[in-house]
Write a new protein. Sequence first.
Length: 202
Amino acid sequence: MKRKTARQVQADFFARASGDLSLMAEVFDTLDCVTFNILDADDRIIAYSRSNCVKCNFENRDAIIGKTCHELFPKVDADVYVKRNRLVRQTGKPIVNMACHACGDRSLDREIVSIFPVRDRKGRVIGTTAVHRRLENTRDEPEGYGAINRALDYIREHFAERITLAKLAEISQMGTFSFSHAFKRIMEMTPGVYITTIRLNH
């Protein structure tokens, strides 16, 4: 069987999707304040906004269509992205306004992400679409993220130094076990992995 080109994969996906996703992709492409993507059920990129390409230093958007997160991002980041998208595909339920780190662009910025299932005309989930926006201030953060954000701010300012779990828990005004559990739930990785990722990304 002949392998489809990236553009054929994209065209086939848009043809199967309910509604006009290609129009939605064009609309989001005009917004610099958000990034947008569509992935199919095989975690291949179907659409990627211009602002997302700029953020992630991709010069040629056509070159990333059809590629997976694991082909484009470090494993620790790609694993998180894929896990979120698979959860949405498996449950058919969106993730709305979840705080996350924005390591795709090697920055220390935090973002809010919403991921929705993409359905075909028969209602079957065939992929996901995600919108990311930068977390501008604590007023924008989802409820319950304040304590973890204090620790993230500390990591951002002191990532080159030795950082202990006890210190992060103290800053967050939590016990070490509670902090570690809350951090992993919110950031989708342990504090140690997050600190290492930030150091590598800087």
